[in-house]
Design a protein around this ligand. Structure first.
Ligand SMILES: *Cc1c(COP(=O)(O)O)cnc(C)c1O
Length: 390
């Protein structure tokens, strides 16, 4: 096996993703440079107004990144007395580690449960499992891979058990609950489904900044005020600190760049849907399991297209040999990371589905910059794969 093979189908070419917006991005950057305003101000305010629309919430606060968005929400609820040290937060064990780091950082306890094996997301069963631990005060639905992790059953479980709902929307900007849960209800959008939502604009996300950036969305005035203060040294007005806070502000430069791309949110997500539907139609290999299509297309924004196969490493090697780059999100689950070794509740976590997924899942190229002919080629190559191919 050689590794200097030519990759004709990159996993994600960020330069190509941003190329259609090049002129507008340059104009926005120039505007900020010439404005002389480099912290806060109208660019950040315009971004926050746009995010209120995106999440259909009353408030949005631009922050430094997705991890900080989650940390600020949880710390905010502690400052408001809604969460206390050691309270449990139910979360799926197969999430990206940032979800878990935020919970631990806030002095809370993750209650790790396995995801649903089909949707790969937290489910009502997962919440019921988590509730057996007794001290659950919140849940963190992570809309992993761009799939809505919320339904009417989960909503009523949260309500009946007085659980705060903190959404991790890092991978799912624009994902919607069709309809919402019963006829007549307004359409609900991720970031506005629970009490608060955390967004990331890390460059690889569906809408990526040209650096780090994030946002918190909520319709609760008290939380919005707490998060805004905490992100600015804990200051509610100049030189007056009500919390021992952080500096987690969003740069106006990133705010302006993201605003350019947010104009094209629907197109970007639609481009991913088109590619996902093509893969789903074209890939026909009994050894490769496809992700289920959601009942309504709006419930998925396809941050990743994740297939599973017991021959994962073989398939990845075979695809690379045929010029196709893939990725594994994620090869090691948070509870098995060295930082949590020997530490509870990680050491005794039993998460067989999470651990199997890490060995079997493979992410295929799916960005708006992946040409449709590449999708055809990749699907055909996968159809020609057999576990003994390499
Ligand atoms: C990317 C990501 C985060 C963290 O966002 P950053 O902006 O990279 O800090 C949190 N949760 C999930 C599920 C993510 O994918």
């Amino acid at each position: 096996m050689t590794f200097d093979l030519k990759i004709n189908h990159p996993f994600l070419d960020l330069g190509a993703v941003n190329l259609p917006y090049l002129d507008q991005l340059k104009a926005a950057a120039t505007r900020v440079i010439e404005s002389g305003r480099y912290i806060g101000g109208p660019e950040v305010e315009a971004f926050e107004e746009k995010m209120q629309e995106v999440a259909a919430t009353r408030y949005a606060i631009g922050v430094s990144n997705g991890l900080d968005a989650l940390r600020l929400i949880l710390r905010g609820y502690k400052e408001l007395g809604r969460l206390r040290d050691g309270d449990g937060v139910i979360v799926a064990g197969n999430t990206y580690i940032a979800s878990i780091l935020a919970i631990v950082d806030a002095g809370l306890t993750p209650i790790l449960v396995d995801p649903d094996p089909l949707t790969l997301n937290l489910s009502a069963e997962g919440i019921l499992e988590g509730l057996k631990h007794g001290h659950a005060k919140a849940i963190m639905p992570v809309h992993l891979y761009g799939r809505l992790a919320w339904d009417s059953e989960m909503a009523s479980l949260a309500q009946r058990n007085h659980l705060l709902v903190v959404e991790d929307v890092a991978q799912a900007i624009g994902v919607r609950a069709a309809g919402a849960f019963s006829a007549g209800e307004p359409v609900a959008v991720a970031g506005g489904l629970g009490d608060a939502g955390a967004f990331s604009f890390y460059p690889t996300k569906n809408i990526g900044a040209l650096g780090d950036a994030g946002a918190v969305t909520t319709s609760h005035h008290d939380l919005a005020e707490a998060v805004r203060a905490l992100a600015n040294y804990g200051s509610d007005r100049r030189y007056h600190n009500i919390y021992a806070g952080f500096n987690c502000r969003l740069d106006p430069l990133q705010a302006a760049l993201i605003c350019v791309k947010l104009q094209y949110l629907d197109q970007e997500n639609q481009a991913r849907r088109q590619r996902a539907e093509l893969y789903n139609k074209l890939i026909k290999n009994p050894d490769v399991k496809l992700p289920p299509l959601p009942s309504s297309a709006c419930q998925m924004v396809w941050h990743q297209f994740v297939v599973t196969t017991p021959h994962r490493d073989n398939l990845a090697r075979y695809l690379r040999h045929h010029g196709v780059a893939t990725d594994v999100n994620y090869p090691t689950p948070p509870h098995l990371q060295p930082c949590f070794e020997g530490r509870e509740p990680f050491a005794s976590a039993s998460l067989p589905i999470t651990e199997r997924l890490c060995k079997e899942l493979l992410c295929l190229p799916i960005s708006s910059a992946t040409p449709l002919p590449s999708i055809h080629h990749i699907a055909q190559t996968i159809n020609d794969f057999s576990p003994t191919s390499l």
